[in-house]
Ligand binder design. Structure first.
Ligand code: IPE
Length: 267
């Protein structure tokens, strides 16, 4: 089995959106191409996707990641749930176009947080649909929180829970960049960014986060690198690669050498 997360910046206009009123765009053709690449391996997989422009800008404006602070947030939380479901249905229909039997599993119904951390993910439905030969598809969402009333469960968090449960042979984060750099590859100030081919306790210390205005309530590359190490400690090889480059995903799944950042499994 492989576990794949399509980042919100790959499938939506996450990085170009100006504020929560800007038009949200789903990149259907790109998503369908990536699904074709996944399908060609004929291997069982679970798909996770990010929220991108459908989730981050509103969540950031109303601090949904911090949990309940005012009654005004409730309608916003409901709206973000609606928007991420709209995105999810778009992903599901792009998959159907490729004849993939994708089944939507919304975290708002399966995940419980406590103090912003995911405490419980109900795996029953994942197991059920995998046995049927269908492809479970889940995504970054607004979910209930036992102490803060609600919070945000990111696709990256779901990757960790699913890696623990299913021990796939490979977990892949599909992003807009070739892998993890010491700093934002677009940043031309100071020393040039260096590409990190392997994340470990040493190389992770070299990463600095960008100071830009991209709305992101669930963290950027350093957090992703930490997540990769945690997944690797669960005994699962974990890579970050560029989904904008045709066939990189397909070739990585086949075991071919492609440009990417890897965290090798520890067990
Ligand atoms: C974020 O999920 C969920 C919400 C903001 C509701 P992710 O953190 O997985 O999304 P991306 O990949 O960064 O867009």
């Amino acid at each position: 089995m492989i576990l794949v997360k399509l980042g919100g910046s790959v499938i939506t206009n996450k990085e170009t959106i100006e504020d929560e009123r800007s038009k949200k765009i789903f990149y259907r053709a790109r998503t369908a191409r990536l699904m074709g690449e996944l399908k060609s391996s004929k291997e069982e997989f679970i798909l996770v996707h990010g929220a991108g422009s459908f989730g981050h800008p509103l969540s950031k404006k109303f601090n949904l990641g911090e949990g309940y602070v005012s009654a005004k947030q409730i309608a916003v939380a409901a709206k973000v749930q609606e928007d991420v479901r709209t995105l999810n249905l778009n992903v599901i229909s792009a998959m159907r176009e490729k004849n993939l039997a994708a089944v939507s599993l919304p975290p708002s119904l399966l995940v419980k947080l406590e103090n912003g951390r995911s405490k419980k993910v109900n795996m029953e439905q994942f197991n059920h649909y995998l046995k049927l030969g269908a492809i479970p598809v889940t995504f970054g969402d607004v979910v209930p929180d036992i102490s803060r009333k609600f919070g945000i469960c990111s696709g990256d968090d779901l990757m960790l829970h699913l890696a623990k449960e299913f021990k796939p042979r490979l977990a892949i984060f599909v992003t807009k960049v070739d892998g993890i750099y010491t700093k934002d590859p677009g940043d031309s100030t100071g020393s040039p960014p260096k590409f990190i081919t392997e994340i470990n306790e040493k190389t992770i210390k070299l990463i600095t986060e960008p100071r830009d205005n991209v709305p992101d309530v669930t963290g950027r590359m350093k957090r992703k690198a930490r997540m990769m190490l945690t997944i690797a400690k669960e005994g699962v090889d974990c890579v970050v690669l560029n989904g904008l480059k045709r066939n990189r995903l397909r070739r990585a799944i086949k075991g071919e050498k492609v440009k990417c950042t890897i965290a090798r499994r520890r067990k």
